[in-house]
Each structure stands twice: as structure tokens, then as C-alpha cells.
Design a protein around this ligand. Structure first.
Ligand code: UDP
Ligand code: MG
Length: 328
């Protein structure tokens, strides 16, 4: 029987985890063709998540615990899960039931049909805030427009089903700044989408503050496309043309005696000068910031530093060893 490793990154999910297993157990009992195991990544939680995982580990025989040395973030936690998952297939899910466990049988069905990448697509995001829906929509449009091709499929996040071949290909990608939303589409292979309605979080709260969301968005852009780097050159060329033509027109008008330098409206000209200076400054700062983000990406990808460190891993088979140790 084929094994499916369900990877669940967890940061402060002490309340969500028991609810997850309460919801997934009735689903598991309906599955006959695949054996499911759960790879729980504790991403340096500050609450009792690790204790809850240890209890689950003792109570069940399908739990692997990967305890990270500290909190590194969702994507590095996923990297740890990808490295440790041994299954013939992998499903990535959040701990908070926003990715419905009822979809697991459908994903398995697609594996049986021969698909190697299964993308659950958020057909409805009613439960997300208006702000999150609007910014996510803008983000997808922006990223896919500037590159002139789809680099991030819309409304598909980390929730995925992947074959062993797809997982191995992703693990072999050399980048250190790893974002699974952009890396999974790189793999290609036989891919299918299935629609679902994104649920509200069952317990706890979202770990993505506004600041984290923006940083995340910029990092995803800089790791997947270099197109924004052309923006300063294009903006510079357009504004130089504009200023060149308008200055030429002013000089000609001045020579012809048709132009005065607004002597009757000193405040207007002062405000215009200030606004133009501000516009210029903000554009320059934005362009330096843009280059800074790409420098960040180069730095992260060239220094040989791992994106996470693991404290310990416990697999179901280690439990037998522990028990034998106690008996002897
Ligand atoms: N997560 C993590 N490390 C972090 C932040 C989040 O492992 O530093 C996990 C979190 O526990 C959850 C998943 O990543 O299982 C997605 O996080 P969250 O639900 O907060 O994101 P949202 O669904 O609000 O986008
Ligand atoms: Mg969530």
C-alpha cells in the first residue's frame, strides 16, 4: 500500500492540532488504498504545541515529530517537512482546518488517476477578510502581469498534493530562499486543480501580520522575477523625455516672449516645486528599496546558511525502540 505523508507546519497551534485530528480521523477511516502518516513540524512554538504533538505521538502510530530549533517561518518549516517526509506522496496542509480535510480523498483519487501535482484552488475565499482578498488579488495580477506568464497560479497556496518525484525535484532545487508557491509550479509534471471553499480558522489566529505579508510578497516577487528591476530605467527614461520636451517647449515659448515664470502666483510655483521634489525623492527611495530587495535575495541565496535547523525528529518506529529501552 502506498504511503502518503501529510506535512503540517505548526506555530502556536496548541488549540488547532487536537481539532485537526478530531476532523481527520473519520476521513482516514474511509481510506483503504493509501496509508496516511502525519509529519508535524513544530516551528519554535511559544505555547504548548510541542506537548500536544508529544501526546499525539504517544497516543497514535502515525505521527512523526520534527522539532525545529527555533521559529524560522512557514516556508523553512515546510522545507524541514519535505526533507523528513518518506511517503510515496506528500500532502501539505495548514493545522487550522482552513484547508479542509474532506479534500484529502479527492487528492488521493487524483494520485490514483496518475496526477503528480494536485493544486487545491480556493474557488471561494468568503471567510478571508476583504483586505486580504483584495491585496491577494492585486498581488496575483501584478506578479503574473509583469512576467507576461503565470508564475504563481491564482488562489493556490501551500495546500498541495505531490508525488515523490515532484517532492524530490523540489528538494533538489538549490535556492536557499525557498517559497513553495513559486517552486511547485517550476516542477511541471502532470498537474490538476480541484476547487474548494476556503474555511475560517478553527482556533488560534493567523501568524501573518500586515508587515509579514508585505515582506513575504516582496520576497516572493524578487525570487521569481527580475522584471521589476527594469522599472527604474523605464521610469527614468519616460520622465527624462517628459522633462526634456517640456523644458524645450518652455525655452521656445520664453524666447518667443510667450512665457512668464508665474510671477503673479508665487505660492503655486512653490507648491509645484515642492511636490515635484517629493515625487522625485519618493521615486528615488522606492528604486533604491527595489534594488535593496534584490540584494537581499542575492545575499540569502549565495551564503551557505541553511534556512532552518532541526532539534530532533521522532518517527513511529522510534517509539518501539523507546519502549524496548524501558523494558530492558
Ligand atoms: N506557520 C509556521 N510558522 C510560522 C507561521 C505559520 O509553521 O512562522 C504555520 C501555521 O501554524 C499554519 C500555517 O503555517 O499551520 C499557515 O499559517 P497561518 O494559518 O497563520 O496563515 P494564513 O492561513 O492566515 O495565511
Ligand atoms: Mg491559516
Amino acid at each position: 500500500m502506498k504511503t502518503v505523508s501529510v506535512i503540517i507546519p505548526c506555530y502556536n497551534e496548541e488549540e488547532a492540532l487536537p481539532l485537526y485530528f478530531k476532523a481527520v480521523d473519520p476521513i482516514i477511516s474511509q481510506i483503504n488504498d493509501y496509508h496516511l502518516e502525519f509529519v508535524l513540524i513544530n516551528d519554535g512554538s511559544k505555547d504548548k504545541t510541542l506537548e500536544v504533538m508529544e501526546q499525539l505521538y504517544q497516543a497514535r502510530n502515525d505521527i512523526t515529530i520534527v522539532n525545529e530549533a527555533k521559529n524560522y517561518g512557514q516556508n523553512p518549516a515546510l522545507t524541514a517537512g519535505f526533507e523528513q517526509a518518506k511517503g510515496d506522496y506528500v500532502i501539505i496542509m495548514d493545522a487550522d482546518l482552513q484547508d479542509p480535510v474532506e479534500l484529502i480523498p479527492q487528492i488521493l483519487e487524483k494520485f490514483t488517476e496518475g496526477y503528480e501535482v494536485v493544486n487545491p484552488h480556493r474557488a471561494s475565499r468568503k471567510e478571508d477578510s476583504f483586505f486580504k482578498r483584495a491585496t491577494a488579488g492585486l498581488f496575483y495580477k501584478f506578479v503574473n502581469k509583469i512576467e507576461h506568464r503565470k508564475i504563481i497560479p491564482e488562489n493556490i497556496n501551500c495546500f498541495r498534493g505531490l508525488s515523490r518525484r515532484a517532492v524530490d525535484s523540489i528538494n533538489a532545487l538549490p535556492e536557499k530562499d525557498r517559497f513553495y508557491v513559486t517552486m511547485v509550479p517550476l516542477v511541471g509534471l502532470k498537474t490538476v486543480s480541484i476547487d474548494f471553499a476556503r474555511q475560517a480558522r478553527d482556533a488560534g489566529e493567523s501568524k501573518y501580520t500586515l508587515d509579514k505579508l508585505f515582506t513575504h510578497a516582496f520576497n516572493i516577487i524578487s525570487t521569481s522575477t527580475t522584471r521589476p528591476l527594469y522599472f527604474p530605467i523605464k521610469a527614468g527614461a519616460i520622465s527624462s523625455c517628459f522633462f526634456f520636451v517640456s523644458s524645450l517647449a518652455l525655452i521656445v515659448l520664453y524666447i518667443l516672449g510667450q512665457c512668464r515664470v508665474m510671477p503673479d502666483y508665487p505660492q503655486v510655483s512653490l507648491w509645484m516645486a515642492i511636490s515635484l521634489a517629493f515625487l522625485g525623492f519618493s521615486l528615488i527611495i522606492a528604486c533604491i528599496g527595489l534594488v535593496g530587495i534584490y540584494l537581499h535575495t542575492i545575499l540569502i541565496n549565495t551564503r551557505e546558511r541553511p534556512d532552518h535547523l532541526i532539534d530532533y525528529v521522532k518517527r513511529p518506529e522510534d517509539k518501539k525502540d523507546e519502549n524496548n529501552g524501558k523494558e530492558s
